[in-house]
Design a protein around this ligand. Structure first.
Ligand code: 4AD
Ligand code: MG
Length: 432
């Protein structure tokens, strides 16, 4: 007899097979028991009929199987037209592997803090299961997309002596007899990579000591950061929109079931695969906000209400280009059309999900970068190497960073990005 997984059930209709499962729920009457089962690859129903199994076993199914009890089932795979998955197992025998009594997460509503405290168990539930599968798929599709476009995957260090996105949100760690910081962004190292390999992307965890308690901020989040030599903003924006559209299409193609489980219809995603995405300037955005009744003025950064309003005007992801220098990072070059501004763009997701990508051109002028480092109090000792990139054959280059959980929370319509990472880290949460 073959041992299979739930996901393989469609290929085994009419066969007697063995599957290792956990119980998620059960319902029984005098002659029949319905067991809701999961095995990691999927969810389906097992049916035990009193006539098909010896009496002691039937009683045991009713009394000994609890939520999250693990056991082997043996039975015949059958079609099940009433369920979404379409298959079930008619159980002939089972063998308990480990008991589970008083499992804390019931099939009822729990408060979010309770669920987060039990994240190690909550991951077994249907929605987290679907969200983790979608996350995994997006990382795979990311690798495929950048590979197809000639990028090399490149790893930036996590322990650093530098702070690319400003010094206020750094986690410092003891590093022997000196200090180190957890990386806020792999970008500066990515720039070195681009000068060596042309087009690279990093994909890894980044850290920010964000004191803000918003539904879009975590202290540890994953970023995908492409960096491209010989590239200006226009071409970079094209890659960004192609990348986002590729991810959306890939999920439509591979994660229909998971998307449905989290309440995101495939139909509602289709418009986001159509390119190009609209582009407006920061100045235009300020005008639109003013027309929309906001008291925004030139120089302001956008908060969540402003981002939501702007994105709502388009119903598609929208690029906001060329922000004032004062609210952006030191490495961005001056906008030739207005020297108060820099050449950069943020991509705002529709449906109220805010900024998912931040990117820019990088100044490739040695003097400019040297001055900016000095102005920002960034030392030669820590950043001399970054200066070197401008000293030896500097070229125009651009890059961007997409927050993985920001993208995912938009696609999966999650209220808070913490549900899109296995073990979220936030200002008040370091456990489990
Ligand atoms: O806009 P940010 O700060 O840009 C950078 O770090 C650049 N160095 C990226 C680059 O050009 N290589 O962050 C980029 C993205 C944001 O658009 C957002 O999606 C996400 O990272 N992000 C966060 N996600 C979750 N929690 C936080 N605290 C985040 N901060 C930024
Ligand atoms: Mg940003």
């Amino acid at each position: 007899m073959e041992t299979i997984t739930i996901s393989q059930a469609p290929q085994h209709v009419g066969e007697t097979v063995k599957i290792g499962v956990w119980l998620t729920d059960k319902r029984s009457s005098g002659k029949i028991a319905f067991l809701q089962l999961r095995d990691g690859t999927g969810f389906f129903q097992g049916i035990i009929r009193k006539n098909d199994i010896d009496e002691a076993k039937f009683d045991s199914a009713k009394h000994d199987l609890h939520q999250e009890t693990s056991f082997w089932v043996t039975g015949e795979i059958a079609e099940d037209k009433r369920s979404k998955f379409g298959y079930e197992i008619h159980i002939k025998d089972f063998e308990i592997v480990s008991e589970s009594e008083d499992y804390p997460i019931g099939n009822k509503e729990h408060g979010i803090e309770f669920l987060l405290d039990h994240r190690h168990l909550w991951l077994r539930s249907r929605k987290p299961w679907a969200l983790m599968r979608i996350r995994s798929r997006v990382k795979l599709a990311t690798m495929e997309f950048f590979d197809k476009h000639g990028f090399t995957q490149f790893d930036a260090p996590i322990l650093t002596s530098s702070a690319p996105e400003g010094t206020t949100e750094l986690f410092d760690v003891k590093y022997f007899d000196t200090d180190a910081y957890l990386s806020q962004s792999g970008q500066l190292y990515g720039e070195a990579g681009a000068m060596a390999l042309g087009k690279i992307y990093t994909m890894g965890p980044t850290f920010r000591a964000e004191k803000s308690k918003t539904r879009r901020h975590m202290t540890e989040f994953w970023m995908i950061e492409p960096e491209m030599a010989w590239m200006h903003q226009d071409e970079s924006l094209k890659i960004q929109e192609q990348y986002v559209a590729y991810l959306v299409q890939d999920l439509i193609d591979h994660c229909t079931q998971e998307l449905e489980m989290v309440g995101r219809s495939v139909e509602s995603l289709k418009p986001f695969t159509e390119l190009p995405y609209p582009r407006i300037t920061y100045k235009k955005a300020i005008e639109m906000l003013q027309e929309g009744g906001f008291d925004s003025k030139y120089g302001d950064d956008f908060g969540s209400p402003e981002e939501t309003y702007l994105a709502d005007q388009f119903n598609k992801p929208v690029f906001i280009m060329n922000y004032p220098r004062a609210i952006k990072a030191f490495y961005m070059p001056t906008d030739p059309e207005d020297d108060r501004q820099v050449i950069c763009a943020d991509l705002l997701a529709p449906e109220g999900y805010g900024e998912i990508i931040g990117g820019s051109e990088r100044s490739y002028d040695y003097e400019y970068i040297t001055n900016k480092l000095e102005e920002n109090g960034l030392s030669k000792e820590d950043y001399g190497w970054y200066d070197d990139l401008r000293k030896f054959g500097s070229v125009p280059h651009s890059g961007f960073g997409m927050g993985l959980e920001r993208f995912l929370s938009w696609i999966t319509l999650q209220e808070h990005i913490r549900e899109n990472i296995p073990f979220p880290r936030m200002i008040n949460r370091l456990r489990p």
